[in-house]
Design a protein around this ligand. Structure first.
Ligand code: SF4
Length: 577
């Protein structure tokens, strides 16, 4: 039987050809900067904006507009018919060239020259660096590849030009033998690394990482620590390279009859023609609509284009569906996910750790919040957590999790200040909830699963295929898996806080035929409390930096991906102490 310390057998051969046909010159720049960055972008289809990429795009907006013409190169030795005049001047913007034998493609910002003698000009944001050669290697090899593509298309090209927008400087880069050889060498290395289907390791303690747009996806320091299991984790060495909180936040709309539309770069929420609220699209991480709320097709298209998911809930808070843009390009990750999820011996170690973490976090919540934490219950949760780590089958694990849930929920009442509140912990009544606590838990769990679903999609997973929850039509099994560790520490904690702080009470529910549901005002209070909780920063128990629960959920999903792709030995479950 496999134990928790054994690696998940995820090293099955990749069934996808990871090497696209032509290497974009920009990718050679990334590869020279960091091989892992090129792999993440080119093979795994990752992309994220940083200050540099946004600035670069803004500064590139003029050169990206095609203008002028690049005349066909003349055959060797041929001379242009110029009637004795000098050959015409070439000034062509945004020129795309490729060559099969080089195996590369480039969009060149500007091609200047006369006749068949041309110079590629590459625009760079920022200032010209004060370094030997006039520019860093990534920029020089990218430019040189553009020059080689021009040569391969019949032009004479002996040097290129880098134009630094901020300092308005032109720096000439001669395409000497050494630079050409280095460019070809890197081109071959990039193809070889991509063909191997094995992501290069993160750079170690590199000053390049803080400026890297993919640092939040790559998680260099975290992966380096977790991929060296024999090294004790030194939290002090770990840099927090991602913001502790997200800038973009969810937008909730629960006013019945409201319409969410788009006006320029804004989302506009209207009721009977009157504007209730506006939100900048760039500030919205996802849109959550409850009940009878419409989203216009213009708004939906824009949200899809920006990869901002729309989550649909019933009026009562049941999570019913999601609209998102094109699926994430990381087919390599999804192949691994399917391969592991379909093999019980491979998925069980992940499921074990998830349930271990959940039970431990239940225990922590009881210890922190119970009026008199019962030692026998804490000991039993410890025992069950230990058993979860060595469960021999998914069915055994399910039984352990059920026993732990009964044990934990039997003491949930002890965490509430109001003893008069009825909480039926026997099996947690859900459909429909029959008391305030169960109504709150159901509503909050829906929000947590929505969060896990949005995160799973953003990372590139299929949210319907999990490792603990079994596949079932319409069940977001992976989102449910990802939510497990956070149920006690986020969702249950919100429920307990709302009741104990007096923010919610019987006036916020309506009872009908034994069913208990939250009023609109009650739902608003729960949403606010949930958002406060996931925005709360804590010291990460493993990495030692301050980070919000929302970010931690994303980090967990990314570490799961790193584990499936073979970089992190065991799934590092999130546990609070
Ligand atoms: S964060 Fe660092 S290691 Fe990761 S891709 Fe960027 S530069 Fe490379």
């Amino acid at each position: 039987m496999a134990t928790a310390s054994e690696p998940t057998p995820v090293d099955a051969p990749m069934p996808v050809d990871p090497v696209p046909d032509l290497v974009p010159a920009r990718m050679l720049n990334e590869f020279a900067y960091c091989p892992r960055l090129a792999y993440l972008e080119w093979v795994q289809g990752e992309f994220a904006d940083s200050v540099d990429t946004v600035e670069g795009r803004f500064q590139h907006r003029r050169v990206d507009q095609p203008s002028g013409e690049l005349p066909e190169a003349l055959p060797d030795g041929a001379e242009a018919a110029t009637d004795g005049e000098a050959p015409g001047r070439i000034h062509a913007r945004s020129v795309t060239l490729s060559d099969e034998s080089l195996g590369a493609i480039a969009r060149i910002d500007l091609v200047e020259g006369r006749g068949s003698e041309v110079t590629p000009v590459d625009y760079k944001h920022g200032k010209a660096p004060d370094v030997p050669g006039g520019a860093w290697e990534p920029e020089r090899v990218q430019l040189c590849l553009q020059g080689l593509l021009l040569r391969a298309n019949g032009y004479a090209c002996t040097e290129g030009m880098l134009y630094f927008v901020e300092s308005r400087e032109r720096v000439g880069i001669p395409f000497d033998d050494a630079l050409v050889a280095r460019t070809i060498e890197l081109l071959q290395d990039l193809r070889r690394v991509a063909a191997a289907g094995q992501i290069p390791p993160p750079l170690v303690d590199s000053p390049k990482c803080p400026r890297c747009s993919l640092v939040g996806i790559c998680l260099p320091d975290e992966v380096n620590l977790l991929s060296a299991p024999d090294q004790p984790i030194n939290r002090d060495d770990l840099r927090r390279l991602v913001p502790s909180r997200d800038d973009a936040l969810p937008l909730y709309v629960q006013t019945q009859g409201a319409v969410v539309g788009k006006s320029g770069d804004l989302l506009e929420i209207k009721l009977k023609g009157a504007v209730l609220q506006k939100a900048r699209l760039m500030d919205v991480s996802h849109l959550a609509v409850y009940g009878n709320v419409q989203v216009t097709s213009q708004a939906l298209r824009e949200l899809c284009a920006r990869n901002i998911p729309v989550c649909y809930f019933s009026y009562g808070g049941w999570f019913q569906g999601i609209t998102s843009g094109m699926a994430h390009k990381n087919v390599e990750l999804r192949c691994r996910q399917y391969a592991v999820a379909m093999v019980p011996d491979a998925s069980l170690p992940i499921a074990r750790r998830m349930i271990f973490g959940k039970i431990k976090n239940c225990r922590t919540l009881l210890r922190r919040n119970h009026k008199e934490p019962p030692p026998a219950v804490l000991a039993e949760l410890d025992r069950l957590a230990g058993h979860a780590l060595t469960a021999g089958s998914a069915e055994t694990l399910l039984g352990i999790e059920g026993a732990a849930a009964r044990c934990y929920f039997s003491e949930l009442q002890g965490m509430l200040k109001d003893d008069s509140l009825v909480f039926d912990f026997q099996g947690r009544n859900r459909r429909p909830p029959r008391d305030l606590v169960n109504a709150l838990l159901s509503f909050i769990y829906s929000m947590l699963i929505k969060q896990a679903m949005v995160t799973a999609l953003a990372v590139g997973f299929d949210p319907y295929l999990g490792f603990y929850h079994q596949p079932k039509y319409g069940k977001p099994a992976l989102a449910l898996d990802l939510a497990e560790e956070f149920r006690p520490i986020v969702a249950d904690s919100v429920c307990i806080g709302l009741i104990n702080n007096g923010e919610i009470g019987r006036e916020h529910v309506i009872s009908r035929g034994g069913m208990v549901a939250l009023t609109q005002n009650g739902r608003r209070k729960v949403i606010e409390a949930y958002e406060r909780r996931v925005d709360t920063t804590i010291t990460h128990p493993m990495f030692g930096y301050a980070v919000s629960y929302r970010r931690i959920m994303e980090i967990q999903a990314r570490l799961l991906a790193r584990h499936l792709l073979g970089e992190v030995r065991a799934y590092p479950v999130f546990r609070t102490r």
